[in-house]
Design a protein around this ligand. Structure first.
Ligand SMILES: [Zn+2]
Ligand SMILES: [Zn+2]
Length: 353
């Protein structure tokens, strides 16, 4: 047995994952809130993605915002970032006594090149917002706050309230230049995870994943004193994610129902329908592959979330059990999942202890 695994009595923290919202995609499918996840370590928590309803879900989970230590955005799709501005603007009223360091909002940088037009396009559609068509997290934050400047100045000058910019700070992830990353030609080069945040409780690492045409798109791994959590972000099956997740205690994986794709678009026969089929199959992970990935990475518990569509019956998602011998959890909003290192679990090849 490894000697650096603490017994439960020695642990100083109590770590759990709270699924705040479990729906994927830019729409209101059902009662599921938009994708957002908290990793709670003792009195602190770290927030991953800010889907629709994140503020209310934090309230429902009993997570006061003054316990928030960092925000992490996997990629710039709206279903992952749409309520970030709300978190910053409403959240600051719960942070007026905040004396800790500025709260980082860690996420992708600018894509750097506008996404190529679909080969099925029948006319030149041009580019939306051509002055700045692909902002990363820093631009997103800045535009969001500027759009609310009337309100923010009112409260800052007249009501002597704080500024969101004094409490939160966007930080764009920088990739090693020798990776050769390019958003169109080389969006998912093989790489080692990069550290994007650390404090006395956690280390957060990131790796590029396969979610075309979005690039960069990241998965995150959070190593805590109690164990590790890996969050896939949105991705098709890819080797980088397996590398990041190897030996992790809890893997949260996105999932799409491949039977739904066939039902929804299979018979349409239009270029638009085929475009959607291609997007879903190239950019997301079907149910059987979630289990296969968990097996390959040697994880302890597989938790499915970011359901597409968000209104599918549970028994469809439960079929992931056929492809993974470990524990499979079909996530629900506000579900709490303890994070405990499984010292007795066989150590997968390549994991260092
Ligand atoms: Zn998504
Ligand atoms: Zn996405």
């Amino acid at each position: 047995m490894s000697t650096n695994v603490q017994s439960s009595a020695e642990r100083a923290t109590d770590t759990q994952v709270v699924l705040l919202g479990t729906s994927g995609g830019p729409r209101w499918w059902s009662d599921r809130a938009g994708i957002a996840t908290a990793v709670v370590v003792g009195e602190s928590f770290y927030l991953f993605d800010c889907g629709s309803g994140v503020g209310r879900q934090l309230r429902a989970a009993g997570l006061d915002i003054d316990r928030l230590r960092g925000v992490f955005i996997t990629h710039m799709h709206s279903d992952h970032v749409v309520d970030l501005a709300g978190l910053g603007i409403f959240g600051m009223f719960g942070l007026e006594d905040h004396t800790g360091p500025v709260i980082p909002v860690v996420g992708p940088g600018d894509r750097g090149a506008v996404v190529p037009a679909s080969p099925r396009a029948t006319a030149d559609r041009g580019v939306l917002y051509p002055q700045d068509p692909t902002p990363g997290i820093a631009g997103y934050w800045d535009y969001s706050m500027r759009a609310n400047a009337t309100d923010l100045n009112d409260r800052y000058r007249d009501s002597l309230r704080p500024s969101p910019d004094a409490l939160f700070e966007p930080r764009e992830i920088t990739l090693p230049t020798d990776l050769g990353f390019h958003p169109d030609h080389n969006p998912v080069p093989a790489m080692d995870p990069v550290v994007v945040y650390s404090d006395e409780l956690v280390t957060v690492t990131a790796i590029l994943v396969q979610h075309p045409p979005v690039a960069p798109a990241y998965a995150f791994r959070i190593d805590t004193p109690d164990g590790s959590v890996t969050i896939s972000g949105d991705t098709a099956p890819c080797e980088n994610l397996v590398r990041l997740a190897r030996g992790t205690d809890v893997l949260l994986h996105e999932v799409i129902d491949e039977e739904w794709i066939a039902e929804r678009y299979g018979d349409a026969g239009t270029p638009e329908a085929q475009t959607m089929i291609d997007h879903h199959l190239n950019a997301h992970t079907g149910i059987p592959d979630t289990g296969r990935i968990a097996t390959e990475a040697g994880v302890g518990t597989l938790v499915l979330h970011h359901f597409v569509p968000g209104n599918r019956p549970r028994d469809r998602w439960e079929t992931a059990c056929r492809f993974f011998d470990g524990t499979v959890v079909v996530g629900d909003d506000l579900m709490e999942i303890p994070v405990r290192a499984a010292a007795s679990r066989p150590v997968p090849e390549g994991q260092l202890v």
